[in-house]
Ligand binder design. Structure first.
Ligand code: ASP
Length: 345
């Protein structure tokens, strides 16, 4: 950064961090960005050159959709060369989906995209939003020993940790430490200082320019297994018109029932060209289909292993791969690659 002030762009999408209580209904509603910065005068003490863009209107992240991801990605693309880093303020509910989606959409990313939000609105006395915002700005401005960006990926900053975006999951509706990446170490631990874990940070060797993939194909879905699922229910879901990809959320190390009707329904869907990815319902660990017959039968039926990928990364990776217009065979091939650090192979 050659001694100049870091230039950071804040993209405010909404979420609790910027909400205020409606005096009549007492429910929290998104408010505008001026209010947000007014409540964190400390931001002005950072010697950074900060600009901002906001969603109009700001939204509760329960309303987030791929078109909003495109809006964020296009803001980043439009201002990529003008800023050292980007901070995205976002609701916590779907933050892990947005972080995962952006990690795929922003190909060849070499700058920090730090997503944060809070559990309590920034105007509340005990808010976690103030610290999260300030730390996110500091992480976005951090440099490595060669003066390049310390973080060159999409990451979630929340309370005491910086997590890889496409490895993160919202773990708590109440705790300030609301996020975790259960199968990957923290990129940084936030305490008295910001201690980066250099070995965990993502580094791409190529210096190719940023390429944004805007098309996300939403003909994908989750099917969550549970004891007692009926054949008619499974077949109905597998027969969803237009569906191209399914993230099958299985038990334990990637197991599902090995009843004939179940395996037949799954094999028939695979034969129709539907890509089915096996992802565990467990928050920690991954799919090991050779461990049990029940998992093995799924693999034999043509279901591919999601290894230790999160559900959020799995579904958004499918949207991205189908969005590129790839045929099922190629989608399967890339589901078996780590594109940007989302899976351990
Ligand atoms: N419903 C809010 C949202 O995701 C929750 C939050 O921000 O914590 O936008």
């Amino acid at each position: 950064m050659d001694g100049r002030r870091p230039k950071i762009l804040i993209i405010y999408t909404g979420g609790t961090i910027g909400m205020i209580e409606n005096p009549h209904s007492r429910v929290l509603q998104p408010f505008d960005f001026t209010h947000l910065i007014d409540n964190v005068p400390k931001v002005r003490k950072l010697d950074y050159d900060i600009s901002n863009i906001q969603f109009d209107p700001p939204i509760d992240s329960a309303n987030m959709s791929p078109s909003h991801w495109s809006d964020i990605a296009s803001d980043i693309e439009a201002h990529y060369d003008d800023f050292d880093g980007f901070v995205v303020l976002h609701g916590t509910d779907t933050m892990a989906f947005t972080a995962s989606a952006l990690s795929f959409m922003l190909e060849n990313l070499h700058k920090p995209v730090i997503i944060t939000g809070s559990q309590l609105p920034i105007g509340e006395v005990r808010t976690d939003g103030e610290e999260n915002l300030i730390t996110a700005l500091q992480v976005a401005a951090a440099c490595d020993k060669d003066g390049g960006p310390m973080v060159r990926e999409v990451a979630i900053l929340f309370e005491n940790y910086l997590w890889r975006g496409n490895r993160s999951t919202k773990m708590s509706a109440d705790n300030f430490n609301a996020f975790k990446s259960n199968n990957y170490p923290a990129l940084a631990k936030i305490g008295l200082g910001i201690n980066f874990n250099n070995d965990a940070l993502y580094r791409v060797l190529s210096r190719r320019p940023l390429k944004v993939r805007y098309t996300m194909d939403t003909n994908v879905m989750f099917i969550d297994l549970y004891p007692g699922m009926q054949e008619s229910t499974l077949r109905y879901l597998l027969g969803t018109p237009g569906i191209k990809g399914i993230v099958l959320r299985t038990f334990g190390a990637g197991n599902g029932p090995d009843y004939a009707w179940f395996i037949n329904a799954i094999s028939e869907a695979v034969e129709r060209g539907i890509v089915i990815l096996n992802v565990t319902q467990c928050v920690n660990g991954g799919v090991h289909t050779t461990l049990y017959n029940t998992g093995n039968r799924l693999a034999q039926a043509g279901v591919i292993s999601g290894h230790d990928i999160t559900s959020e990364a799995a579904i958004t990776k499918m949207m991205y791969l189908f969005g590129m217009g790839l045929p099922p065979e190629n989608v399967k091939k890339y589901l078996n690659y780590s594109l940007c650090g989302e899976v351990t192979l």
